[in-house]
Design a binder for this molecule. Structure first.
Ligand code: 5GP
Ligand code: ZN
Length: 114
């Protein structure tokens, strides 16, 4: 765990979160400021700051869980589409420096996410 990392604290339970999925390698939870209903973040339990610093095995486990979590979101929220997004480095929109994948359910033109 990286001491000042908020996502490591979420994994540890030090910061509360709305859990969507968990196994020994991966944790998924609702984004605190959801751009659409059901906006979920999927993170590796092993801290790594971004895609550049990620061990291939960590990436493999992380990305392998995405279809299962995406299907769970589809069942729960019944979106009509889903964006899978990963921001790396500040100019690309990264604000938390623990690798994460955004799953953003889409509900049509009025869902507010462009
Ligand atoms: P980024 O901008 O790094 O791609 O995404 C970071 C995401 O983490 C943002 O969408 C932000 O709303 C979310 N986030 C930041 N702090 C917290 C938190 O304490 N709890 C939860 N659930 N999400 C957070
Ligand atoms: Zn971390």
């Amino acid at each position: 765990m990286a001491e000042e990392c908020i996502f490591c604290k979420i994994i540890d339970g030090e910061i509360p979160s709305a859990k969507v999925y968990e196994d020994e390698d991966v944790y998924a939870f609702l984004d605190i400021s959801q751009v659409t209903k059901g906006h979920t973040l999927v993170i590796p339990k092993q801290h790594c700051q971004d895609i550049y610093h990620t061990h291939p095995e960590t990436a493999e486990k992380l990305f392998a869980r995405v279809p299962k979590i995406a299907n769970a979101i589809k069942q729960t929220y019944e979106p009509i589409g889903l964006n899978v997004l990963n921001n790396n480095e500040e100019p690309a929109g990264q604000s938390v420096f623990h690798l994460h994948i955004h799953l953003i359910p889409r509900y049509g033109k009025e869902d507010g996410f462009d």
